[in-house]
Unconditional design. Structure first.
Length: 344
């Protein structure tokens, strides 16, 4: 089991975790990043790679995948090290104040600071509870969509009533052979705009709405060809399909984080708003994983948190150094760190 020493260990490689690398880099704090997923981008890239995002400052619109690519380009000068497809299993403070962290891949880190940017925790979609149906996962049964073009000329069903289900239903309306939205009731937990647009598409016949729950499925020749839907009247009907996309949301799994002695509130880490430090000195929490008075779960809020957390961490990494706020527009030192000194 190898031991890696670092200034900062970031748990979570979503947009906020990636921007944390940037903010720490500006302060010359070296980082390593761990994520349970096999690729960077977090749930933003995993669940909504092609979904447009409109509230990133200075970027009128971008997809989750584009945002991830831009953030990776932005942090290149700081040469972060990524450790993917593994979860943190243990964390313990050492006598010298540093943290010893172990992962499921038998990697160990000795870090002066820890940043938890794990979103809602380890990525685990809530799955359809039907015995044997997991045999069709990633061929005809999907809990995330990364290649929407694969559904062209297919009859697809989308199950769910939240933002992800409605957004994809609206996206596919008119682009596939037949589109059915399955939800247990005729009420949705999504943005008002999405609900209005969905109603319009249903009225226009572009989306067929089935009220009920999936209770079974039919297969033939090793292929999924229909699902059984139980409606409110207790009647079951069969819906033929080529593909089934299920969006029941994510199941927040803090995992070992819940055993580290951090102050928690509803499975979220309580932090201060000056440095976004947890109840354990040296451990910071940024993004959707944290909670404080007035918390808003927005990517741009996470970016703000990452900036202040970086300055909070600097006192642990450079205890004898007075950290001055510098601006990337005018600071020769920051230009050198960013590799743009010659262009100014």
């Amino acid at each position: 089991m190898r031991l890696i020493e670092t200034d900062a260990l970031i748990i979570g490689a979503g947009p906020v975790g990636l921007f944390q690398v940037f903010e720490l880099g500006l302060l010359e704090i070296k980082t390593h990043v761990i994520d349970s997923l096999p690729a960077v981008g977090g749930q933003c890239a995993e669940l909504y790679p092609d979904k447009p995002i409109y509230d990133i400052p200075g970027i009128p619109v971008c997809t989750g995948q584009e945002l991830t690519a831009n953030l990776l380009e932005q942090i290149k000068p700081f040469n972060p090290h990524f450790h993917l497809n593994q979860e943190v299993t243990e964390l313990a403070r050492q006598d010298d104040g540093r943290f010893l962290i172990s992962t499921s891949a038998q990697t160990r880190f000795l870090s002066k600071t820890v940043f938890i940017a794990a979103g809602v925790g380890a990525f685990q979609p809530r799955k359809l509870a039907l015995g044997g149906i997991d045999a069709f996962e990633n061929t005809q049964l999907f809990y995330r969509i990364t290649q929407p073009e694969q559904f062209e000329n297919q009859s697809i069903a989308i199950c769910g009533g939240g933002d992800a289900a409605l957004d994809w239903a609206i996206y596919f309306a008119g682009k596939v052979k037949r589109l059915t939205l399955i939800h247990r009731r005729d009420e949705f937990k999504a943005s008002p705009h999405a609900i209005t647009q969905l109603r319009e598409y249903i009225a226009a016949g572009k989306i067929q709405l089935k009220i009920g729950q999936i209770t079974g499925y039919r297969s033939q020749g090793g292929k999924l060809d229909a699902v059984d839907i139980l409606d409110a009247d207790g009647l079951t009907q069969s819906l033929p399909l080529d593909a089934l996309c299920v969006f029941f949301g994510l199941s927040p799994k803090l995992g070992p984080i819940s055993n580290w002695g951090l102050e928690l509130s509803r499975k979220q880490i309580v932090v201060d708003t000056a440095r976004f430090e947890s109840s354990i000195p040296g451990i910071f929490a940024v993004g959707d994983i944290n909670t404080y008075l007035g918390k808003k779960k927005l990517i741009l809020s996470g970016f703000h948190e990452a900036a202040l957390a970086a300055f909070g961490a600097a006192q642990y990494v450079f205890p004898e150094k007075q950290i001055q706020l510098q601006y990337t527009t005018t600071s020769p030192k920051l230009h050198q760190l960013l590799g743009v000194a010659d262009s100014h």
